[in-house]
Write a protein that binds this ligand. Structure first.
Ligand code: MG
Length: 516
């Protein structure tokens, strides 16, 4: 593709800009340049169609921009019931794109969720659970194919700016997973000596639990001790890196992955946003995130890339409710981060792609982050990995009509190795499990959490179309539905396991020892 791009650029064409279609380019060439150059162009187009699977005469492969929030609740953005005054750019994005009302993550915690997002697999399949800490010796296995590696098949430029959280040791960092560039925190921004659990301890003891937080560029630590002041600049710096990346790569297709550190606690915003909302710290941070979205959109517009860019905005899990006024909201969904209830696993999702997605539309079919990799593969004509993945293409749900159904018979929700819930159509079934809850107790204040209680749910069936808050157990009213969901769960247990029973389809995480 590099050779192809260079050849086309030599003809002063921008092959990736939708504003300069090859059809019109061919017309101008015919009128103004020698015939042999026109023939060269036809050869290039034919080569691309044969080798790269996309039809350059009708469409160029789309740019992909994936904005991934940390701990943003279902009801935080304006288009999902949040305070619309705080999110004008997200409101615009939804008006120009499609809201996915029933979009899920595989597990409502940071590393697990990211593993699924980037590989198209349930995180349990690929051995990444929970949130990896600074002492972790594992990471995303380099044998897995990420979206970045998929995009590289088509000579996309790739970059990750933000929180990685799939292994902080060099063998697991983004450059080893298909990204050309990386800048950001290797894990959560609360994994530092100012974690609320340790602030009462002497510094030496704090550092034993939570060492200093590094900032990494490519494979190098560029700041070994991130400060609170540094954290106020994270959203702006990620955004500036993203804008620069688009400016440097506008002539070729690109995949930009922007996993923000916010709105995970501790909350920080830039000085120009502190107090701006008049509604508290969380709202200030949300305003800066929305500003960042606006910067991305404006940059795409500036280079006339907006129409052929698939812009996705979603979150890794629901709100961390124990942090009270520093957490978002999942209302009317039940519970939040760290549970398999919809408040933990169902996230806001907006997709915008003017060339293909109808503006102002809504999809209410169940889908999951695992679907992005196979969807992008289909859109660009890429080749999926040889190993099994769990996601399915949702190009129909993105670009099609309202009646198109989810490609999934069921979506599965594990907590650790335990299969705790399954969703099929409008139905969601829980199997008996413990879960954390505030049980009606108010959350914490100004960055200090309260403790969760432990509660237990028995086998339960909820009709999410009538009961999105998972409150009315209708198990006894619909025995046939319950039996169907039990049998779907049995199939998952065979492949992915459950509790102490190991599934047949599991693959290991990357181990530090094995890659050094
Ligand atoms: Mg998170």
């Amino acid at each position: 593709m590099a050779i192809t791009t260079a050849a086309v650029q030599a003809l002063d064409l921008l092959p990736h800009s939708t504003s300069l279609s090859l059809v019109s380019a061919k017309q101008s060439l015919m009128a103004s340049i020698p015939v042999f150059r026109f023939l060269v162009l036809l050869m290039i187009v034919g080569f691309c169609r044969c080798v790269y699977g996309w039809d350059a005469t009708t469409s160029a492969p789309p740019n992909i921009v994936l904005i991934f929030m940390d701990d943003m609740g279902y009801a935080d953005p304006g288009p999902f019931g949040g305070d619309a005054e705080l999110t004008p750019n997200l409101n615009e994005m939804a008006a120009e794109g499609r809201r996915f009302t029933d979009f899920y993550v595989s597990q409502s915690v940071c590393s697990a969720s990211r593993a699924s997002l980037l590989t198209g697999c349930y995180n349990i399949r690929i051995g990444i659970q929970g949130a990896l800490g600074p002492k972790s010796r594992i990471g995303l296995n380099t044998g897995e194919m990420t979206i970045a590696e998929l995009c590289r098949q088509k000579a996309y430029a790739t970059a990750c700016f933000g929180k990685w959280h799939l292994g902080h040791e060099v063998p697991f960092l983004p450059l080893q997973h298909g990204f050309d560039e990386y800048f950001g925190l290797p894990y959560s921004n609360d994994m530092w000596p100012f974690h609320p659990e340790v602030t009462h301890l002497p510094v030496e003891e704090r550092l034993r639990s939570w060492p200093n937080l590094p900032l990494i560029e490519n494979n190098t630590v560029i700041d070994a001790e991130v400060t609170a002041e540094d954290q106020t600049q994270l959203t702006r710096r990620y955004t500036e890196k993203a804008v620069s990346f688009i400016e440097r790569n506008y002539k070729r297709p690109f995949f930009l992955y922007l996993p923000h550190s916010m709105v995970h606690v501790p909350l920080f915003s830039g000085s120009e946003f502190q107090g701006k909302s008049g509604k508290g710290t969380f709202s200030d941070v949300l305003m800066e995130i929305d500003w960042s979205v606006g910067q991305i959109v404006q940059t795409l517009r500036r280079f006339q890339l907006e129409n052929n860019t698939l812009l996705i905005f979603t979150s890794d899990n629901g709100p961390w409710l124990s942090y009270g006024n520093h957490a978002g909201s999942a209302a009317p969904l039940r519970e939040g981060k760290g549970t398999v209830f919809d408040g933990g696993c169902r996230v806001p999702c907006i997709m915008k792609w003017p060339d293909r997605i109808s503006p102002g539309s809504t999809c209410s079919e169940p889908a999951m982050t695992i679907d992005l990799l196979p969807t992008i593969a289909e859109l660009m004509g890429g080749t999926l990995p040889d190993h099994p993945i769990d996601g399915k293409s949702i190009s129909g749900l993105m670009c099609g009509e309202a009646e198109i159904k989810s490609p999934h018979d069921a979506l599965y929700f594990y907590w650790g190795p335990e299969l705790q819930a399954v969703r099929s159509g409008r139905w969601k079934m829980h199997f008996p499990h413990n879960y954390r809850t505030l049980n009606g107790v108010p959350g914490g204040k100004d960055g200090m959490p309260v403790k969760y209680e432990s509660s237990k749910i028995g086998e339960a069936l909820f009709d999410l179309s009538q009961d999105p808050g998972e409150e009315q157990n209708v198990l006894l009213m619909y025995p046939a539905i319950a039996e169907k969901l039990r049998s779907l769960a049995t199939a998952a247990r065979t492949e992915l396991g459950d509790g102490s029973t190991r599934g047949s389809g599991l693959r290991p995480a990357g181990q530090l020892e094995s890659v050094q």
